[in-house]
Structures are given as C-alpha cells and as structure tokens.
Design a protein around this ligand. Structure first.
Ligand SMILES: [Zn+2]
Ligand SMILES: [Zn+2]
Ligand SMILES: [Zn+2]
Length: 362
C-alpha cells in the first residue's frame, strides 16, 4: 500500500446497463491505484511473517485506522481496517445523476478489510477452529454494526479472495466487507426466485434441497423401454455434515469444485446465527476447505456470504430465503464462450467432484 490518496476526479458509481438493467457495473477508478503485481506471484505465499507486509504484526501504522480487533486486549489475532482503495466510500456523497438512457446510482457505501489471521500465509484449513469461529463472529459483529449505522445500507457483502487466481492483490490472508445501498443482482435473483417457489410450494427451496441431499434417491426411467436410465443418489452431494451446518456440492455447480455451506435449520439472516453455533460452522468450514485443498492441491478461491437483504422486503422474505456461504475455487479462467453466453462451463461432473472431496481422509 502506498500513501497516495484517491484523487477528486475519481468516479465511483454504479452504472445501470440500459439494455439489460439487471446488469450493472461498478465504476471505481481509484481502484486502478491498487498495488499492481510487479512479478508473477507464487500461487501460495506460506511465509509466517513478512517484514514489508502492511497486514503483518508490527506494521499496523501502514494500514488505515483500525475499526475493530480481536481479542480486544493484548496481541490482535484478527484486525479490521478501512480499505485504502475502496470500491465504495462515504467520503463524497452525491446524488446519482441520470441523463437519457444512462443511469447511475452513487457509489455510496463502505469498503473494509478484515485481516483474518496475524500469520501472513496461513490457509483457512490450517486455522484453529476457535480462530475461525471468532472470524465468523467478527463478520457478524461488523455486519450488524453497519446495518445499524445507516439505514440506506441494504446489503453487506462479506467475501474473501485467496490467491492471485482469485484476484487477491495482497498475499496476507484477508477478507473484505462491502456495505452497499443496493441489493446485488445475483442476491436479488436468489431472493425473488426463492420467494416465488415459496408462494407456490409453501416451503423454503434451500431447506428442500438440504432434505433431498440428505435423504432422496431417484431413478430415472427411459420413457419408451422402461429401462433404468440413471439412478441419482442425491445424498452424494453432501461433502461435509456438522450438527448445525452442512456443506453441499451444488447439482448445477458453475465451478468445478464449488461447494456451498448452509445452516441445516431454516435461517434467512446470517445475523441470527447464535454464538454457540459458530464453532460448528467453523468446523464444517475448516474440514471443507481441507478437502478442497487436498483435492486441488493448494486451493485459490473466492468465497462470499449470501444473507437476506435488509431492505423493505426483509420480513416478507424471511420464510423463503436461507443464508449460505458459496465457496468458488478458481481452477480455470472464464473463456469467450462463458463471457459471451453467460453459461458457465464445468468440466467435472459434480457428483464425481463430491465423491472425490468426500474421499479425502482428514
Ligand atoms: Zn503479512
Ligand atoms: Zn430454508
Ligand atoms: Zn447465493
């Protein structure tokens, strides 16, 4: 990180695609000042401490001011700071401007960084379960604080990029928090579609998928001959099961090694996870990440939390939406076909991927 400050001509706004309004683009020019990779980064930096790293202990003066740290007393293990190169910020509040077909929403919001662990290159599956439980607790605390601080904030996105293939520009393990005035389109689509399912079937589609994953076995017969065409044992999608949480390989996985973690009991809002249940979430997460790391051999990934938006429809959507964590390991680069069609190409059969993940001995 350098000392350069964003310049006042920087653009920071969400631009709505006039042809497909659901496709929006966040234009954030200050981001281009982020440290660029001088040389090809090693896929995984496993060092414990790096003298020059702004996120390592002893270099606290190199980061913007601290927002919170854990534990609150003594040496910090988890530390949260403002992002020096925010994609959204509250420093230049202005109304969105619209002219003709070109519409924008001002990029108002917050962008913060959570230094997940004091150890520079530690991977999630190497962290102690108690540490991971504390990290999920920090996610929850900050999400709550942000929603309570400003009613214009409709969504708080918590995500992690790990490894250069996943877009991480600083190798020290960290997560990010972006609080925004709009609900991201993909979350909105999940919320709308699960509400439509609920209206028709009177149950949460995520709960139904979990039930199927745990119990359902289906046989598909050939319509003409009556012969068995395919037997689907849906239980084969379960990667890891805890007491309160489950890790599932989605039937229609976009990424080869994509895995989702969900609470077993219905819960729309990540803010409602009870403190005593964080340990089970941490355990399922740690074991899932260990499986991914073993199969891929040093996973580079993004993960993100999807929770019910805090907009005017929050209460209405509580019965139909179910929060979850999506883990998307990056093993290939999207091609022209994927960008051009919006259709993800997955080269590994999800049933086989789940089987391989389950087979890892922990
Ligand atoms: Zn570091
Ligand atoms: Zn549910
Ligand atoms: Zn989702």
């Amino acid at each position: 990180m350098s000392d350069s400050q964003p310049d006042s001509n920087d653009v920071r706004e969400i631009r709505i695609n006039p042809i497909v309004p659901s496709e929006s683009v966040l234009v954030a020019t200050a981001r281009s000042m982020r440290p660029k990779k001088a040389e090809e980064l090693a896929p995984r930096d496993t060092r414990k401490h790096v003298e020059t790293c702004p996120f390592c202990r002893g270099n606290e003066h190199k980061t913007p001011p601290v927002i919170l740290s854990w534990p609150p007393e003594g040496d910090w293990q988890i530390r949260m700071v403002e992002n020096l190169y925010p994609v959204l910020g509250d420093d230049r509040e202005q109304a969105g401007f619209n002219f003709g077909l070109q519409q924008t929403i001002d990029g108002y919001g917050r962008h913060e960084v959570i230094i997940d662990h004091y150890e520079h290159g530690i991977a999630v599956h190497e962290m102690a379960e108690s540490h991971l439980a504390a990290l999920f607790g920090v996610y929850q605390t900050r999400m709550r604080q942000l929603f309570e601080s400003d009613e214009r904030l409709k969504y708080v996105l918590i995500f992690k990029n790990f490894g250069p293939a996943a877009g991480a520009s600083i190798p020290h393990t960290h997560s990010q928090v972006i609080a925004m005035p709009v609900v991201p389109e993909n979350v909105d689509a999940e919320v709308r579609n699960s509400a439509a399912h609920y209206a028709k079937h009177h149950h949460c589609i995520f709960c139904a998928l979990i039930d199927e994953a745990l119990t359902f076995e289906a046989t598909i017969y050939d319509r003409n001959s009556g012969a068995v065409r395919r037997k689907i044992n849906v239980g084969q999608y379960v990667v890891e099961r805890g007491e309160k949480f489950i890790a599932i390989k989605p039937f229609a996985s976009r990424y080869e090694w994509e895995v989702h973690i969900l609470p077993l009991a219905h819960q729309a809002d990540f803010l409602d996870v009870r403190g005593e249940d964080m340990a089970d979430l941490a355990r399922v997460m740690k074991r899932t990440m260990a499986r991914l790391d073993a199969v891929i051999g040093g996973a580079q990934y993004n993960f993100f939390l999807h929770s019910v938006p805090h907009d005017s429809q929050q209460t209405a959507h509580a019965p139909s939406y179910h929060w979850h964590l999506e883990i998307c390991p990056r093993t290939s680069i999207p091609t022209g076909f994927e960008l051009g069609s919006g259709l993800f190409v997955n080269t590994i059969n999800p049933e086989q991927a789940a089987e391989r993940l389950r087979a890892v001995e922990l």
